[in-house]
Design a protein around this ligand. Structure first.
Ligand code: URA
Length: 223
């Protein structure tokens, strides 16, 4: 297969948007998937992908017509951003995507949600949420690098919706998705857009994405 030949499978839900699979993007993914990649390189190259993903996420926000005057004295009929945004990271791996969002959206507000497995029920449980007070009036870029089973992401969306954020104002951004996770997530939240860099083959018996990149948090935070 040539580096640019992967196409989005027909089974992918219509609310899912992948980055264009250019040779450049595939080279970035090859580096971060490689188990011999150093932590420094993992940080650098995953940050490059995160930035591309955030830019793509912003493409899904509404704009309104806006006319400006240029230094030549001419007018330019363009567009301006409409509406406010915020980021919400799913701890801990999602925190790694915050800097990429801040680079593109200066002084953006960022909330945090901590979800962990409830040892009694084995279901995802909310442990902590700190969200902007006016989140119900914002578009939310939800950040989590790996969409595996989708359990944490679905719980996070539930929390956002309980705080008044409409489903169609949430844009979920991740680096790698499993087809299983996408199916469950998009079936439950069809109006929510998902921006993913790559859709992998599936999940293994430990619910890791394959081929994947291993544990994103370990690769990013531990030497
Ligand atoms: N989280 C990770 O970090 N990696 C996976 O493969 C799945 C979930």
């Amino acid at each position: 297969m040539s580096p640019t030949s992967q196409t989005t499978p027909a089974s992918v839900p219509p609310s899912v948007f992948t980055l264009p699979h250019t040779a450049q993007l595939e080279a970035l993914y090859t580096i971060i998937r490689d188990k011999t990649t150093s932590r420094g390189d993992f940080l650098f190259y995953s940050d490059r992908i995160i930035r591309l993903l955030v830019e793509e996420g912003l493409n899904h926000l509404p704009v309104v017509p806006k006319t400006v005057e240029t230094p030549t004295g001419a007018t330019y009929e363009g567009v301006g951003f409409e509406g406010h945004i915020c980021g919400v990271s799913i701890l801990r791996a999602g925190e790694a995507m915050e800097a990429g969002l801040r680079e593109v959206c200066r002084s953006v507000r960022i909330g945090k949600i901590l979800i962990q497995r409830d040892e009694e029920t084995a279901l995802p449980k909310l442990f902590y949420a700190k969200l902007p007070q006016d989140i119900a009036h914002r578009y939310v870029l939800l950040l989590d690098p790996m969409l595996a089973t989708g359990g944490s992401a679905m719980k996070a969306v539930e929390v956002l919706m309980e705080h008044g954020v409409p489903e169609d104002r949430i844009i979920f951004i991740n680096l790698i998705s499993s087809p299983e996770g996408l199916k469950s997530f998009c079936t439950k939240y069809p109006a929510l857009r998902v921006i993913t860099g790559w859709i992998d083959e599936g999940l293994n018996e430990k619910a890791y994405i394959v081929p994947g990149l291993g544990d994103f948090g370990e690769r990013r935070y531990c030497e």
